[in-house]
Design a binder for this molecule. Structure first.
Ligand SMILES: C[S@@+](CC[C@H](N)C(=O)[O-])C[C@H]1O[C@@H](n2cnc3c(N)ncnc32)[C@H](O)[C@@H]1O
Length: 190
């Protein structure tokens, strides 16, 4: 059985093709931005968001070390994703990924929050292509993580099943609030 992070990467690999438009909603140290960049290739487009300058520095460096082209690294909340989308990318996002919580080894009080996370998810699912995917890796052991988990689960649970598949994937016998995945796939029209 795949662990949570490898499974999130498997879902991205199964979904993304060269040339696609994708979003890393929580850039952090840039591990997911790098994977997205490799998957979309030269002809693709990556938007990556974080509210911490150090995340942009770390991600830019990671992309350079791995000889990736420059990507759209944005110092702003993912809640404002709509303000940054190029017109030609409207409703053309193939995939987006969130790793919720705080940046490991950094300030544990800078965390993702329910309002901005849900605003960003709403915008991104609106801009998905058919068969496009939004993945959230939910960490909920830190203060506030439980509130974000519950708000997000409540919001995603009520999405219309005619339009979206919503998956929850995780291990239920692990100690200490193991992370889990919530993934939303926009169904094709037929
Ligand atoms: C768990 S870390 C992400 C780890 C990252 N995926 C990686 O590969 O290193 C969560 C990140 O979300 C960022 N963050 C918190 N609130 C945010 C917001 N409203 N918009 C964008 N990023 C945010 C934090 O600064 C932190 O870097």
């Amino acid at each position: 059985m795949k662990r949570v992070i490898p499974y999130s990467h498997q879902l991205l690999k199964e979904t993304i093709q060269p040339g696609d438009v994708v979003v890393d909603a929580t850039m952090g140290n840039g591990h997911d931005t790098l994977l997205l960049s490799e998957l979309v290739g030269e002809s693709g487009f990556v938007y990556a968001f974080d509210i911490q300058e150090k995340a942009l520095t770390a991600t830019k460096q990671r992309l350079e070390v791995h000889q990736q082209p420059p990507r759209e690294l944005i110092l702003d909340s993912h809640a404002h994703v709509e303000n940054y989308l190029k017109p030609e990318h409207n409703r053309h996002i193939k995939a987006a990924i969130f790793n919720l919580g705080y940046l490991p080894g950094s300030d544990k009080t800078i965390i993702t929050t329910p309002d901005s996370t849900i605003t960003a998810v709403k915008t991104l699912i609106d801009h998905l292509t058919f068969d496009g995917l939004v993945i959230l890796v939910v960490y909920h052991g830190h203060p506030g993580g439980d509130i974000e988990r519950d708000a997000l689960t409540a919001y995603l649970s009520q999405l219309d099943q005619k339009s979206f598949d919503v998956l929850r994937y995780g291990f239920i016998n692990q100690k200490n609030h193991p992370p889990f995945i919530l993934a939303v796939k926009k169904k094709s029209r037929n």
